[in-house]
Design a protein around this ligand. Sequence first.
Ligand code: M6R
Length: 609
Amino acid sequence: MCGIVGYMGNQDATPVIMNGLKMLEYRGYDSAGICTMDDGTAEIRRSSGKLINLERLIKDKPLSGTIGIGHTRWATHGKASVTNAHPHKSGSVVVVHNGIIENYLALKDELIDRGHAFISETDSEVISHLIDEKYELTGSFEKAVQLALKELHGAYALCILNQKDEKTLIAAKSGSPMVVGIRGDEYFIASDMPAIISNTREMVIMEDGEMAVFREGRVTFFTITGEEIAKASRHVDWSPLKAEKNGYPNFMLKEIHEQPQSIKNVIAGRLLDEKGDVFLEGLNLNDCELNSFEKLCLVACGTSWHAALVGKYLIEEQCRIPVDVEIASEFRYRDPLISGKTLVIPISQSGETADTLAALREARGKNAHIVSICNVVDSSIARESDGVIYTHAGLEIGVASTKAFTTQLVALYLLAIRLGRANGTISQEKGQEMIVELSGLPAHVKKTLELDPQIEEIACEYLTSWDAIYLGRGISYPIALEGALKLKEISYIHADGYPAGEMKHGPIALIDREMPVFILAPNDRHLIKVRSNMEEVITRGGKVIAFCSEGDQETGRRAEFTLKIPWAGEILSAVLFAVALQLLAYNFAILKGKDVDQPRNLAKSVTVE
Ligand code: M6R
């Protein structure tokens, strides 16, 4: 998603901004641009595609100046093109924007009526026109920004320059993330801390409705209604992780193979073997407080939502607490039934997903207690929660979530043990058994990864398929959904996941000789039923690929292919099936020649709704 970097100081702004933009690349983008100001002249360079194109352009036409703003754009309104790339300049004002201006069409019509000419198809361009117009009226840059912001509906993080106030940079935020880094009289502004943390660890987190005015070595914070506010910086002591492929052909394969280690990381220091319990350092709730909740509400998007669904099966069964699972983009607008007696658990790899963050705020407004499950330390969702369970998966660059998903599952497993121990539904002995099973999981994941050659064979066999169905029951149902999502997003093969028992209520009509059906049949209490569902598919000429457990001689007998997955217990085997399905999607995509790390149209961190 769009990324912003701004700089004001005494160094050449261009390398600072370009380095920052590189650190934001993982968020996903399709064009980029930069503007620096020198002697009252704003010079802009923009290009479509990757940052390397912008770098080449800057090499041909160098920039100068110690103040500047940069942007990576993920197209929403208007295709990915140089014209639609940011920064946008109108009159003397130059703007980069992350977010969506929902009333831009009405604003654009009004501006056109007042004589403004638009160049791009973006929603963002109205901002530069509005500010320029207000500046011409008031002669004050701050005032112009404040007046313009009043007219905007939607989400924004903005960095703004003005040729007529050449020593000033203004940043403002509402709904999209923005941080300010301070090093003496130098200022670094960015959508995300990793973009600027190599320059400074003193950070000010901007809140919605705030703006920052950087002028001649000073920063002053205001509300967007113009009242000056005091904001303290905080020292950030974590280090940004380096994005390296370590000999793998792409990040996705590296991240799939990192799972034995990332699972060790999420467990590390948290198991209390003797007590059959776990210690979750960021939970911040004692037994009594944990037992005071009437229900849990897990809220997330995409793969993280699939993790939440697994969480429902797991926690309701083990801890006998009602668990609602909500898609964040729905939850935020439907006045959900939650209260101070609800424990709301947003789940997010990035911690910046706009819908999940908005859902958190909706829950906060209803007095819910919030404990998030996040991977990115200090992310917006983590910061705004009452407690956090970090998944410690490390940096995930591949757009398709892999190690982030399996560590979320493990974090939920840890939470289930804690909840069950607190309310007595999990005995000490049972807790000890669960911990033993969990401790063996990394080794089982490693063994599952060794199935790759067989999985590649399956992908080869069904490579020409346009559609696929994934079936599972119980905890394997959300794993089927996740398998289907993985296949869709990186290979562009249409795939759907269903609860196996639902097939006969409609989807079975899709079965024909062309349709591969991936059946998840772990050796759990649903196995007999799943075998019957498999027969229903075979009877109708469908091609069945059975994913079953090691030692199962029966299930695969009538399947075209069988993959035997290690057994890690009823719950944790789901993690292994997820890993096998990641490899399946990966092999399909690679055999089809797709870019698995940056699939078309997708962004890693979805910071707009
Ligand atoms: O960062 P988050 O976990 O909040 O992201 C949620 C989804 O955008 C994400 O899981 C998405 O579905 C992935 N591309 C799935 O691989």
